[in-house]
Design a protein around this ligand. Structure first.
Ligand code: MGD
Ligand code: MGD
Ligand code: SF4
Ligand code: MO
Length: 881
């Protein structure tokens, strides 16, 4: 069917906190086309690989489409009544603190507001916490300590206008790709310098003038040195200092602190301090390398101290800039989604704030103390203190630290409700009640991005099956629990207006979060709302705050916080000599329930991996493509080894994305004990002591199949391909009958098979056909299977002939793993274009093979390939994007 005449609808990308505007056109067949919204102030038409591939992720195959209770499909009425009854009974028997909600920075503002209102205002407990505890909590706490409010002072324009951008614990090129492109554009336009502070050499280092590979957890020591140098050189701004308190204590602490723990040379530290000090327009961008740390809040304040001392805050091109991760991480902070917050930046432990909100909501009771933070919440589930738990829009059985323990705790909880769009996730498998939510393209609401810009998300597809928006599900449970009048919402617009009205009250109590200018939006205004940055009333007319020296502590001043180096809570030991760092890859989103559905996103990095330094690999006797067994005091995991000097000796890195659904032995959070920051309660997800050794596999395998397989072997990892799935396999026990085994795995009891075996070498190839078409193939070997994987995967459903060789058929080029997701250009294709001399720059590469010419997310990797493969004599140029 031709959908070209359907109008495009403006919405916001489903993924990261950049909050790019998208134009969506439904194709009438359940699909979508997506392009960047040229008018959206976050992206002006740009998108990254994930945004570009959104249309590939809206299929219904994996969707939860009906409510389920105790393993059977039920109607909404039964499901909602069951949830309401069980929560009410539990509260009646054990008090309001015996129940909890664990929610998400991916909820829309309206969903989030209703969840928070139900728990804090009507159930009367503060036991609602969010995955933002694993994400932004240290920044929230650091902002509050310094500014008296949790507010990001700057705007995205500051990145365009900066002369120096410092990325601290941020892999912006992969995690906020469109902002990274804005930084690169500024570099081209005004020569903006880039410094990266990260123990790892990441894609964000590609264009950096300086990369400081500091020791994990030592950021405080580095920024303390910077503060001392700022003072020593006479660069403190005396006027601005009058708007602050506590400078001398912070300076004293900074001077006493020693930069030795950073592991950096004096020359490196000097180069950084000199550049920072001499460049007035400096933006310090920080993210999870700062937040996810047992000293994360101190890291945040160490950075803020330097900006406060120099008055470099709230003016064009300068300021500290915490980039938010999830699409509505900021909105969650606005509605008070954390257990220690109240709506609209108000504080739960302030009696005036509590009373104001209670009156506004006409709430029966309000908790007087903060509720349980995520890690403590799941401990309380474990000990049985929490007896009913509702998990919404997040997958804690995979992403909480000590994930096996969390999984066991949830499994023991007497009553677990999970609202999700995906039928099977690590968490959904543990639910007594499963509630189907509408997904990104099917629901309306608001998100707030990293620079406080409020944007509309708009439904363009009908709700599938019986799915309902999260706010409706929450409101219906609220009504059935007996809180009728407070939850009689008819629309998202009505909820948003209520939230906006409440913000007027917060403003009257001296808070900066003020969107009261939006409280009279008509339904039509709401429907057509264009991106709007808060505060909508009050200060910050140019979108920036604090430039005027007005802060939100009682005396209107900012606070310096004295901080000293502590480093990670657990240090490497003889038994666990490595530090495990974890994080993200370019083309996957968290637990891959959505991005993992896209074949082109899955082609970039198709397997969980462990980056290991060459010296360590040599010492451990581990070779490229071996599997590594990683153990920590709390768990174990198996990962494909990549030997690379992007990590330092003694440090290893593994991505967070794989789960029991996609690679059950490779759940990285099973390894992370996650001690927490004492101030923010945020777990340390990036510095777990581990041991690494080579897995002694009896055999390795690689399979391609039309349907998903989940074999019962030590290791498997599955990824989507255009025609089906590819699965990596390995086992410790010899398998005698490969044909029988493969038939079980593929569920092909009768299909014709051709087997080629070299029993002496333990090598087998099994090719299953249906008619003349290839339906599944399995390669087995005693060592890691060497094979043109992407090529073999592409043969599925086609002629069976060529595959037995495992090499590209004559005349067919093997492209290698996808590097450019937009045009599906493989690594080998790129390397060949470079080696042939056809491409010496990124632009020439684009002209030759199209790679990097659409979203640009792959340009850092293309630049790396240019360096690697440039033929002798033609020095690859590091052309800016
Ligand atoms: N492709 C993709 N993009 C995403 C997401 C995704 O899943 N996939 N998720 C989104 C979300 S929710 C978030 S929170 C953001 C996260 O965005 P980022 O924070 O940029 O991503 P991470 O890879 O988690 O971690 C960033 C870096 O911190 C470094 N690091 C580790 N320890 C330290 C340390 O002690 N000091 C310093 N200075 N650095 C350290 C790591 O080596 C890593 O490169 O990404 C968002 N964007
Ligand atoms: N080791 C380690 N662990 C980490 C991190 C790390 O860097 N290292 N990062 C942490 C961070 S920063 C974050 S943000 C978390 C993220 O971790 P999670 O939030 O647990 O991961 P997601 O995969 O985003 O889970 C979202 C879930 O919501 C479902 N969903 C999608 N759309 C909807 C909807 O509209 N409604 C509902 N109800 N459900 C929906 C999806 O199917 C999926 O199951 O992980 C944290 N864990
Ligand atoms: S940078 Fe990419 S993932 Fe993030 S909002 Fe923009 S298009 Fe979406
Ligand atoms: Mo996050």
């Amino acid at each position: 069917m031709d959908g070209s005449n359907l109008p495009e609808v403006r919405s916001t990308c489903a993924y990261c906190g950049v909050g790019c505007g998208v134009l969506l056109r439904p194709d009438r067949a359940g699909g979508l086309t997506v392009r960047g919204d040229p008018d959206h102030p976050a992206n002006f038409g740009r998108l990254c690989s994930k945004g570009t591939a959104l249309g590939e992720t809206v299929g219904l195959e994996h969707r939860l489409l009906t409510p389920r209770a105790f393993a059977r499909d039920v109607g909404w009425d039964e499901a909602l009544q069951l949830v309401a009854d069980r929560f009410r009974e539990t509260i009646a028997a054990h008090g309001p603190d015996s129940v909890a909600f664990y929610v998400s920075g991916q909820l829309l503002t309206e969903d989030y507001y209703v969840a928070n209102k139900l728990m804090k205002g009507f159930i009367g407990s503060a036991n609602i916490d969010t995955n933002s505890r694993l994400c932004m909590a240290s920044t929230v706490a650091g902002h509050k300590r310094a500014f008296g409010t949790d507010t990001v002072p700057g705007t995205y324009e500051d990145l365009d206008q900066a002369d120096l951008v410092v990325l601290v614990g941020s892999n912006l090129a992969w995690c906020h790709p469109v902002l990274y492109q804005r930084v690169l554009a500024a570099r081209q336009a005004r020569g903006t310098r880039i410094v990266v502070i990260d123990p790892r050499r990441t894609a964000s280092c590609d264009q950096a003038d300086l990369h400081l590979a500091l020791n994990p957890g030592s950021d405080v020591a580095l920024f303390n040195r910077l503060l001392a140098r700022i003072h020593q050189g006479g660069h403190v701004q005396p006027d601005f200092l009058t708007r602050t308190e506590g400078f001398s204590d912070a300076l004293h602490a900074a001077r006493r602190d020693d930069p030795i723990p950073t592991g950096l040379t004096e020359a490196e530290i000097d180069a950084f301090c000199d550049l920072w000090i001499k460049t007035r327009r400096v933006v310090t961008v920080f993210s999870q390398g700062v937040n996810q740390s047992s000293c994360g809040t101190d890291k945040v304040n160490a950075i803020l101290n330097c900006h406060l001392a120099t008055g470099r805050i709230g003016h064009p091109g300068m300021g500290p800039f915490s980039v938010t991760g999830q699409p509505n991480a900021m909105g969650g902070r606005e509605v008070g989604g954390l257990a220690n917050a109240l709506a609209c930046h108000l504080d739960i432990e302030d009696p005036d704030h509590r009373t104001a909100v209670q009156q506004f909501w006409q709430a029966p009771k309000m908790p007087e103390r903060a509720g349980l933070k995520a890690v403590d919440m799941f401990r309380a589930v474990e000990t049985g203190r929490i007896k009913a738990l509702w998990i919404i829009h997040t997958n804690p059985a995979a992403t909480m630290p000590d994930a096996d323990r969390v999984r066991r705790a949830i499994a023991r909880c007497p009553f677990v409700v999970v609202s999700d769009i995906t039928r099977q996730t690590d968490t959904a498998r543990l639910a007594h009640v499963l509630l189907p939510a509408t997904g990104w393209a099917e629901k309306d609401g608001i998100v707030t991005n990293s620079d406080r810009t409020i944007s509309r998300q708009r439904a363009v597809l009908p709700p599938p099956g019986q799915a309902r928006p999260d706010w409706q599900i929450l409101s219906e449970v609220g009504r059935r629990m007996g809180f009728g009048p407070a939850f009689r919402y008819r629309s998202e617009a009505q909820i948003f207006r209520e939230h906006a009205r409440l913000s007027a009250l917060a403003a009257a109590l001296g808070k900066d979060f003020d969107i009261s200018g939006l409280s009279n939006l008509s339904d039509d205004d709401y429907a057509s709302l264009t991106p709007t940055r808060w505060p909508v009333n009050g200060p910050g007319a140019d979108g920036r705050l604090f430039g005027d020296g007005r802060f939100f502590h009682a005396d209107g001043k900012a606070r310096f916080v004295p901080v000293t180096h502590r480093g990670p809570a657990a240090r490497p030991t003889r038994d666990y000599p490595f530090v495990l760092n974890t994080g993200r890859i370019r083309d996957q989103w968290h637990t891959m329930t959505r991005s993992g559905l896209s074949p082109r996103l899955s082609g970039h990095l198709a397997e969980p991996f462990l980056d290991l330094h060459p010296d360590d690999a040599l010492r451990l006797g581990v070779q490229v493509a071996d599997l590594a067994q990683v153990t920590s005091p709390v768990g174990r995991g198996l990962f494909r080894v990549r030997i690379t000097d992007t990590v330092r000796p003694g440090q290893v890195f593994a991505p967070m994305h794989w789960t029991a659904e996609t690679a059950p032995a490779s759940r990285v959070d099973a390894l992370v004990p996650g001690p927490t920051d004492p101030v923010s309660g945020q777990p340390e997800s990036k510095a777990a002591p581990v041991a690494v050794r080579r897995m002694q596999a009896a055999w390795y395998g690689f399979a391609v199949s039309g349907t998903a397989i989940a074999p019962d072997v030590e290791y498997w990892a599955r990824a989507r391909t255009t025609g089906g799935y590819r699965t990596e396999l390995a086992g410790c026990n010899p398998i005698l009958d490969w044909e029988a085994t493969a038939r079980t795995w593929f569920d092909l009891p009768e299909a014709p098979v051709v087997t080629v075996s070299d029993a002496a070498r333990g090598a087998h190839r099994l090719v299953f056909t249906e008619g003349a078409r290839l339906s599944a193939v399995l390669f087995v070997a005693k060592s890691p299977v060497a094979l043109m994987r992407d090529h073999v995967a592409s043969l599925l459903g086609g002629e069976a002939g060529a595959v037995l060789s495992g090499r590209a058929a004559h005349g067919l080029a093997d492209a290698g793993p996808v590097v450019c997701a937009c045009f599906g250009v493989g690594r080998k294709t790129v390397a060949q274009a470079i080696r042939s001399g056809a491409a010496r720059t990124l632009d020439e590469l684009g002209a030759a093979v199209q790679a990097g010419t659409n979203c640009g997310s792959c340009r850092p990797e293309l630049a790396e390939l240019l360096r690697l493969h440039a033929p002798n004599g033609t020095r690859a140029q590091n052309a800016p994007a």
